[in-house]
Design a protein around this ligand. Structure first.
Ligand SMILES: C[S@@+](CC[C@H](N)C(=O)[O-])C[C@H]1O[C@@H](n2cnc3c(N)ncnc32)[C@H](O)[C@@H]1O
Length: 356
């Protein structure tokens, strides 16, 4: 048995577990705070400033996954286990680090004959010249002996590799246990021709991550709709849409039969009770005022209707701010299904709520 294997077995026998955790840039400290609240003592070091952390949690892997899936964190976007921690300096210069890693992985029976995803990330100062997808192909070539099908989506297992200047970390997991089945939780959508705004990606991601079936709605109000990325997404799903915004909608949204544009400040608009079964709001405005404005419009939403709101994180204490905004909504007959910083959220989170 070599040192690397020894090292690995020791790690697996301990009741604590090692992970690489990723948040949107600037939000890793809040992801760490969430983990501290969930697990108590958390040891961490920075792999990528403000974004990626190497973590030791004081409980075994299964419990970590169980708890994170039961109470999904807001800022921790992705987590991957560290089962192998290879010190690059200790690897014979004649060997590629992937030769060493592949030798270890080829012994893992649970990786044989399955749909297998290989996720590779590296830091800017990591030695290999190849980019992440070239590295993925290199590792896949070395793993041919597993007789597995390499898959991007819907894999049975994922091998997640993180390469830094000094070390190569790798772990094996079920993709859903990583909180996201995308590499590092970076959900990538292709920009379509004629796409009105990047904001559309936020709703596309909410659809996937929260599992919302937008075709099930009938009539939506889009508050703060311009230039119309969300509106066009909802129209594409077959909904009647009322778009409220004093600013101009994209010219491609003129004369659309299912669309009514109200070119006004939302505070000055009055709707009939129960007119909508979906309210979406992406105003990029003060969170407390946004909450007040949305609550003022709730009569227009049917009981059981869905409300999706982006909450801008204006100050230095996002966890406290979110707590306050959530209790404001809860006091107004809203049940929060999920609060999450999506990959496509910048300085904001997305709230997915149901009116009762
Ligand atoms: C980030 S943009 C929305 C982008 C949109 N979701 C999309 O996909 O294209 C924010 C919009 O909110 C609008 N807005 C801000 N305050 C508003 C208010 N009180 N009433 C209505 N719209 C408002 C702004 O005019 C701006 O067009």
């Amino acid at each position: 048995m070599n040192d690397q294997e020894n090292n690995t077995q020791e790690q697996e026998q301990q009741s604590d577990s090692r992970w690489i955790g990723t948040a949107n840039h600037g939000f890793a400290p809040y992801a760490q705070e969430e983990l501290k609240r969930a697990f108590g003592a958390v040891k961490s070091s920075v792999l990528v400033a403000s974004e990626v952390l190497l973590l030791t949690l004081p409980v075994a892997s299964e419990q970590v996954v169980q708890r994170l899936l039961a109470e999904p964190p807001m800022f921790l976007r992705h987590i991957q286990p560290v089962h192998y921690d290879l010190v690059l300096d200790q690897i014979d210069a004649a060997q590629h680090p992937f030769d060493v890693l592949a030798d270890l992985l080829l012994k893992r029976d649970e990786l044989k004959g399955i749909r297998l995803a290989v996720h590779i990330r590296k830091t800017a100062d990591a030695t290999p010249e190849e980019n992440a997808s070239e590295l993925r192909l290199l590792l896949e070539q070395r793993l041919m002996g597993l007789q597995s099908d390499f898959a991007v989506q819907d894999a049975d297992k994922v091998v997640s590799v993180f390469w830094t200047a000094e070390r190569l970390y790798a772990g094996i997991s079920v993709p859903t246990d990583n909180l996201s089945d995308w590499n590092g939780g970076a959900v990538r959508f292709q920009r379509e021709e004629g796409q009105i705004s990047r904001a559309k990606f936020k709703l596309l991601e909410a659809e996937r991550v929260f599992g919302i079936d937008f075709t099930a709605f009938r009539s939506a109000v889009d508050v703060g709709a311009a230039p119309g990325g969300w509106t066009s997404f909802l129209l594409d799903k077959g909904l009647q849409v009322t778009a409220v915004d004093p600013a101009k909608m994209d010219p491609s949204l003129q004369n659309i039969p299912n669309l009514k544009v109200v070119k006004k400040n939302a505070a000055d608009v009055k709707f009939k009770p129960n007119e909508f079964d979906l309210l979406v709001c992406d105003m990029s405005w003060s969170p407390k005022l946004t909450a007040k404005l949305v609550i003022g419009m709730l009569d227009a939403v049917v009981p059981g209707g869905t409300v999706i709101v982006t909450v801008k994180l204006m100050n230095k204490k996002p966890l406290a701010l979110i707590k306050e905004v959530i209790s404001t909504f809860e006091e107004a007959r809203m049940q929060v299904q999920r609060a999450k910083q999506l990959f496509h959220n910048r300085d904001e989170i997305t709230l997915y709520m149901v009116k009762y």
